[in-house]
Design a protein around this ligand. Structure first.
Ligand code: ZN
Length: 100
């Protein structure tokens, strides 16, 4: 017999950020006024969190965008852009609560 899995029991497909660790590093966030073309390559949960993050790639550089509030009209801020290796390291640090 296979147990029925209800939608409520399904784990969220997008990561939830853990609490910020002690001694964490704040990232520099800039308010976004200009919308350039970019591709989202990874993201955190926006269904269960008021603030969510996207790892974005544009023109060979990678940066993190932070969205807060109404999912349809969020306030957006973004970090500086880095090369992919550096940006991946920042993203992993973000997901583990070491930077935010
Ligand atoms: Zn979630």
């Amino acid at each position: 017999m296979i147990d029925q899995i209800s939608a409520w029991d399904m784990p969220c497909p997008a990561p939830h950020l853990p609490p910020l660790q002690k001694g964490s590093t704040p990232l520099g966030w800039h308010v976004v006024h200009r919308f350039a073309r970019y591709r989202v390559v990874a993201w955190t949960c926006h269904e269960h969190r008021e603030t969510w993050y996207e790892l974005c790639s544009a023109g060979g550089l990678v940066f993190v965008r932070r969205m807060t509030g109404d999912p349809m009209k969020p306030q957006i801020a973004q970090t500086d852009a880095w090369c992919e290796v550096e940006a991946r390291a920042v993203w992993v640090a973000l997901l583990s609560g070491r930077v935010r």
